[in-house]
Design a protein around this ligand. Structure first.
Ligand code: NDP
Length: 482
């Protein structure tokens, strides 16, 4: 049983307090006890990070490339093993956990090469005899606060660019998923890196997380999680003028037009709504369906939802694992009651399920007869619940898709190039999908949204440099050579 959740100044450390984590597929399965960092340990992590960052930056790009490549390669080689750990602690099917860890490895190997591509610009000065160059330097110490739903991939797409560009990291993962946080920390800290370059400080968000993001010794904060926590982080960060990047909630629309390929539309909608038990920021939670195909689409979607096998995350036949925790399950069931009270028709699912082991199982739910102004269509539920909204035209569908405080992903199912092009240009979202699920993105291009979904520069791809580096413009007067 793993006993710690703290790695600071190059060593594993015990904590004054611990938490106990259990398997959401089987609450009798104790995963481990995890140490929680104290204020003193957090300060030590920040001290060591500041020291190590300077050494790491001075070590140069080949070193950073090699370390990131080794981390990524180990993650890919051990994706089945660590993926199973994720399945056990978070509840996603083991195959999804494996895919997540492999993807995390790809973030590291991609950013390994990005370290080598950190090239600046040269400019002619407007003054004769002066040379100008523009270079990217590290920001310094980056605080990373991450959620439980992608417990390895999300921190990976933050840690990899942070290290690639010469920064140090202090990481506060979600307390629900500390087994995989310990596994990732083990891989990173076994590399030949300065002690304290990478620190794991587990603890409750409102305590350790809050202290970390309020620290004036943090140079940049990258956060993924809920909008409410994001707002409070932004308020704290501005007081210290700390650089900030946040990915938060969503309410992603998938528009299904009358000319859509129906089989494809049903599979994209069901996959994006229920994959990862709906606990994805890219989940399709509003299905805006043209009235001429509405009834047949809904019938087929309900069939698809009812055909999904809900079960233990480590059972090979499972397509939908449990939700992550009892609190999340209770919140989901409350949203089912809310939808019914608002007048929506619950066509299937939305019930707690019994399985051979005691866990947080829930049947995938489809609501129809919903309107875009209902709470179930405005608030992020983070649940295996999707809502169908009937529409009479493409124009109305686009307006409804855009009528949300969020704007992460938006999709359209259509065989019309004209509609697809118009939607791509006019959807108010950071990522647009045409004839694809709203979930499922690549690792080498930017990811992020608009409105309340994102704040600050984009994550991933070459755009990540905007957040993880500061630009320095140098003017050099060459002088007289004679
Ligand atoms: P939170 O936003 O509460 O948690 C995300 C991370 O922030 C966790 O590491 C958490 O720590 C930490 N945290 C919590 N409070 C603070 C704080 N005051 N200061 C600094 N860090 C803090 O999300 P939850 O896990 O509670 O999920 C609640 C809802 O948020 C979900 O139902 C979903 O709607 C949304 N969510 C969205 C995600 C996305 O990818 N868009 C991801 C996760 C959640 P800890 O949990 O250990 O206390």
């Amino acid at each position: 049983m793993q006993q710690t959740g703290i790695h600071i100044a190059g060593r594993w450390d015990a904590g004054a307090t611990q938490i106990e984590n259990r398997n959401p597929s089987d609450v009798s399965d104790l995963i481990g006890h995890y140490a929680q960092a104290s204020s003193e340990q957090l300060e030590e992590a920040l001290d060591s990070a500041h020291r190590a960052q300077k050494i790491w930056w001075a070590a140069g790009v080949q070193k950073r490339h090699d370390v990131l490549m080794a981390i990524g390669t180990e993650l890919m080689n051990r994706s089945a093993e660590i993926g199973e750990l994720i399945a056990r602690e978070e509840g996603k099917p083991a195959a999804e956990g494996k895919g997540e860890v492999y993807r995390a490895g790809q973030f590291f190997t991609w950013f390994a090469a990005e370290a080598l591509r950190n090239q600046g610009d040269l400019a002619e000065s407007v003054r004769t005899g002066v040379e100008v160059d523009v270079r990217r330097e590290p920001v310094g110490v980056v605080a990373i606060v991450s959620p439980w739903n992608f417990p390895v991939a999300t921190p990976a797409w933050k840690i990899a660019p942070a290290l690639a560009f010469g920064n140090a990291v202090v990481w506060k993962p979600a307390n629900l998923t500390l087994a995989s946080a310990v596994a990732l920390t083990d891989i990173i800290t076994r590399q030949d890196i300065p002690a304290g370059l990478f620190n794991l400080v587990s603890g409750a968000g409102r305590q350790v997380g809050q202290r970390l993001i309020e620290s004036p010794r943090v140079d940049a904060i990258s956060f993924t999680g809920s909008v409410s926590v994001g707002r409070s982080i932004a308020a704290s960060a501005i007081g210290n003028m700390t650089r900030l990047q946040m990915e938060m909630g969503s309410k992603n629309p998938l528009v299904i037009m009358d000319d859509a390929d129906l089989d494809l539309a049903v599979s994209c909608a069901a996959g994006a709504a229920f994959g990862g038990t709906g606990q994805k920021c890219t989940a399709a939670s509003r299905l805006i369906v043209h009235e001429s195909i509405h009834d047949v689409f809904v019938e087929r979607l309900v069939e698809a939802a009812e055909a999904l096998t809900v079960g233990h995350a480590l059972d090979a036949s499972t397509q939908l694992g449990p939700v992550v925790s009892d609190a999340q399950l209770q919140q989901n069931l409350t949203y089912i009651e809310t939808g019914e009270a608002e007048g929506a028709s619950l066509l299937c699912g939305g019930k707690r399920l019994e399985r051979a082991t005691e866990g947080y199982y829930m049947s995938p739910a489809v609501f129809s007869d919903t309107h875009n102004d209902m709470r179930i269509n405005r608030e992020e539920m983070f649940a295996p619940i999707t809502c169908v909204i009937k529409t009479g035209s493409y124009e109305e569908a686009l307006n409804m898709a855009n009528d949300s405080e969020f704007g992460l992903t938006a999709g359209i199912m259509t065989q019309s190039l004209a509609r697809a092009s118009h939607f791509r240009a006019n959807a108010r979202a950071g990522c647009v999908m045409v004839n694809l699920p709203t979930a499922g993105t690549d690792y080498h291009v930017p990811f992020g949204g608009r409105g309340a979904s994102s704040y600050g520069p984009r994550e991933q791809g070459s755009y990540a440099a905007e957040f993880y580096t500061v630009v320095k413009t140098a003017y050099v007067a060459a002088g007289d050579p004679l």
